[in-house]
Ligand binder design. Structure first.
Ligand code: NAD
Length: 285
């Protein structure tokens, strides 16, 4: 089997860029979102991004037109996934919502379709039994911003076939990515385990009043050589996502240490979710 048609479900922070990246790499892509405003924003982003690449001399007009022709923004999951070889799910980080969506995708998609989740933390074995094709349900984890970041983590749970893994690794390479394969499911995969450790420490130091978030960012960038501080990264990836991730973890473990930090709860409640809403720790107006 060869993957030529990709459906991306969820056009938010991650989905719109995964979809565009796939279209630029020659896949036939259909992208959808339940929120029409988000879908409209994704369309505008695709048009603006491609034009900007042409203006900067990074992409020929022909290649930009080709990429735009390769991608369709459609109103429903059915319209996006009915003929896909691969579905990449990028909806909210909530297990119940993902399981419901995967059960729906299982009904809609042809038997050969691989159903991948871009979840940051939820392993595919928690979703696979919502479908009748567990061997084709797998984690394919992109990084933010998906058009730029090269890494993709493919995680082979015990239920996932070797063929599924091979096809996902190939698809990631065709998208210009550098995929790595995890032979076991583990919370946070590889990169988010490192990220989580830094973030927890940063939030703890802030909550203790040891230093301002600006100075913690400055220290991490200049002392550890990270390209971005933990609070800048939280703004980029979304404070709402950090909140949902911690809540999922807490629901699962019951351990109070897994609850979101007071600062994250405060920012989440105020709607200061980061760059995508114009304000997080920093202002983006
Ligand atoms: N933000 C990041 O930095 C990042 C990085 C890697 C992975 N992820 C993962 O990617 C997934 C999406 O994260 P995000 O930050 O893009 O979230 P987001 O909230 O920006 O986007 C999610 C989108 O999904 C849409 N949606 C919800 N239910 C839907 C459904 N049933 N059908 C179609 N669309 C639906 C929402 O309207 C929303 O626009 C999560 O699982 C997250 O863990 C996020």
């Amino acid at each position: 089997m060869e993957i030529t048609k990709i459906a991306v479900i969820g056009a938010g922070n991650m989905g719109h860029q995964i979809a565009l990246c796939a279209a630029l790499s020659g896949f036939q892509v259909k992208c959808t979102d339940t929120n029409t405003e988000i879908l409209d924003k994704a369309i505008r982003f695709a048009d603006d991004y491609l034009q900007e690449r042409v203006s900067k001399g990074k992409l020929s007009q022909e290649a930009a037109d080709q990429a735009r022709n390769n991608i369709a923004f459609v109103p429903t999951v059915e319209a996006a996934a009915a003929d896909a070889d691969l579905v990449i799910e990028a909806v909210i980080e909530n297990l119940a919502i993902k399981r419901k969506l995967f059960a729906q995708l299982d009904q809609i998609c042809p038997a050969h379709t691989i159903l991948a989740t871009n979840s940051s933390y939820i392993v595919s074995s928690k979703i696979a039994d919502a479908t009748t094709r567990a061997d084709k349900v797998c984690n394919m984890h992109f990084f933010n911003p998906a058009l730029v970041m090269k890494l993709v983590e493919v995680v082979q749970g015990p239920h996932v076939s070797a063929e599924t893994v091979e096809l996902l690794m190939e698809a990631a390479k065709k998208m210009g990515k550098t995929p790595v394969l995890l032979h076991k499911e583990i919370y946070g995969f590889l990169v988010n385990r490192f990220l989580q450790a830094t973030r927890q420490e940063a939030l703890k130091l802030l909550d203790m009043g040891v230093a301002s978030y600006e100075d913690i960012d400055t220290a991490v960038k200049n002392g550890l050589g990270y390209p971005m501080g933990p609070f800048q990264l939280l703004d980029l990836t979304g404070i709402d996502l950090a909140y949902h991730v911690s809540m999922e973890r807490y629901r699962e473990s019951g351990d109070p240490a897994d609850r979101p930090s007071p600062t994250v709860v405060e920012k989440f409640t105020k709607g200061e979710w980061g760059k995508k809403v114009g304000k997080g720790f920093y202002d983006y107006e």
